[in-house]
Write a protein of this length. Structure first.
Length: 372
């Protein structure tokens, strides 16, 4: 079996390394569009302490401690300048995207998988001619690759503007901070992901973004304005954005089916979801593991992909519902800004309660996928 994985992010890399482990004789290669050094984003939060949690990609590394993960047990919501501290319920693991992706790539290479960078675009016909299976894990970059028409992407943009900053201020808890000024409400999501850096994601309504003239400010001036807004949290620490990764509307990418012919989608390429539920990478791991399992368990690729479609689609649909509910809560937060801290915390906690629990669905899928 000759497999090409397109996109060297968590989804493609977990799939490639786990598939190789399950089927050592298969010829698996990974093609990445960017250079080896280019990895987007600062830190992400993952479930559990490796190696104990199979949805945490660090659990698949020999020495996860080398990535300097930070374990977070508390959640702090700040509103009207008052902190509300509570348990996160489960241990969360903050880690840098850069070190995570590089470690997963090194694992693939050590397993005999070729990972190539700055790969030129290939057509559907070329890919079909050369490979038995093409695993598409190119994230939300749906314009970067030609795919069969059945796999056309559906794209929705959220109403809020957001930006992903890094900072040297260290946040020991998962922080959700609301700060209001004459231009409107800003929400900051912050936690440490190494012993020197934290993620600091900021979002606000388009109206607030326009009133604060963020569109017309330089990256540096906008960062200084936001740092001033969150001065009680940041002190003298600066906010830093990645080149070209400025303010944007969150993009939710969905597909109606997960596979067509020799092509199959995993990770954000199949379904992306708002960062405020912090599950994108977890989903990437679980869906990659589902594909490994179906390819190992079923007789023939067509049967495997049919089984993968049947199992992955309900899971990613539930993920989308949770992510959309959370995104909508943040998009309408100005309606709740008059609430006290306890009421706002209760509303935040309840924002996904009308949905079947995502955690149960993830664990059921993992249970099936890892029973191989
Ligand atoms: C602000 C923000 C915060 C987030 N926080 C969290 C969090 O706390 N926890 C969490 O679990 N998730 C979080 N996520 C989501 C998480 O980053 C994604 O869900 C996850 O990275 C998906 O992995 P992936 O491998 O599918 O895609 P990606 O990580 O996007 O990887 C895709 C790869 O494909 C490459 N590529 C693109 N096009 C091509 C092409 N044509 N050919 C070859 N290669 C290509 C890209 O360069 C990239 O390397 C966050 C996302 C955002 C935007």
């Amino acid at each position: 079996m000759k497999i090409l994985v397109i996109g060297a992010g968590p989804a493609g890399l977990i799939f490639a390394s786990q598939m190789k482990q399950a089927q050592p004789a298969w010829d698996i290669s990974v093609a990445e569009k960017n250079t080896q050094e280019e990895v987007l984003g600062w830190g992400v939060v993952l479930p559990g302490r490796p190696p104990r949690h199979p949805a945490n990609p660090l659990s698949y590394l020999e020495q996860p401690e080398l990535l300097n993960p930070q374990f977070l047990e508390e959640f702090k919501l700040v509103h009207h300048d008052q902190p509300n501290l509570m348990s996160t319920g489960v241990t969360l693991c903050g880690v840098g995207r850069q070190v995570l992706v590089q470690a997963l790539r090194a694992k693939c290479v050590a397993a005999g998988i070729t990972v190539s960078y700055e790969t030129p675009l290939a057509s559907v016909a070329q890919l079909e001619a050369e490979y038995d299976l093409v695993v598409v894990s190119n994230g939300i970059n749906h314009k970067s690759l030609e795919l069969p028409p059945a796999l056309a992407a559906q794209v929705e943009f959220g109403k809020n503007k957001y930006i992903w900053y890094g900072t040297t201020q260290l946040f020991d808890q998962m922080n959700l901070v609301f700060r209001e000024n004459s231009n409107g409400v800003f929400a900051g999501h912050a936690y440490k992901y190494s012993d020197t850096m934290s993620t600091f994601i900021v979002e606000c309504s388009e109206e607030t973004y326009a009133k604060a003239e963020l569109e017309f400010r330089s990256e540096r001036d906008a960062a200084a304005y936001i740092a001033k807004t969150f001065a009680p949290e940041l002190g003298e620490h600066r906010l830093v954005s990645q080149p070209g990764q400025g303010w944007r509307n969150f993009m939710t990418l969905s597909r109606e089916v997960a596979s067509d012919g020799k092509f199959v989608l995993i990770g954000d390429a199949l379904q992306s979801g708002h960062f405020s539920i912090g599950h994108g990478t977890t989903m990437a791991v679980v869906v990659a593991q589902l594909l490994v399992k179906t390819l190992s368990a079923e007789a023939g690729t067509a049967a495997a992909l049919a089984s993968f479609n049947a199992r992955a689609l309900p899971l990613v649909q539930l993920f989308k519902e949770h992510a959309d509910a959370s995104r909508l809560w943040f998009e309408t937060v100005s309606e709740r800004v008059g609430l006290g801290n306890a009421e706002l915390t209760a509303s935040f906690d309840a924002r996904r309660n009308h949905l079947p629990p995502l955690q149960d669905a993830l664990m059921a899928s993992l249970g099936y996928a890892l029973g191989r």
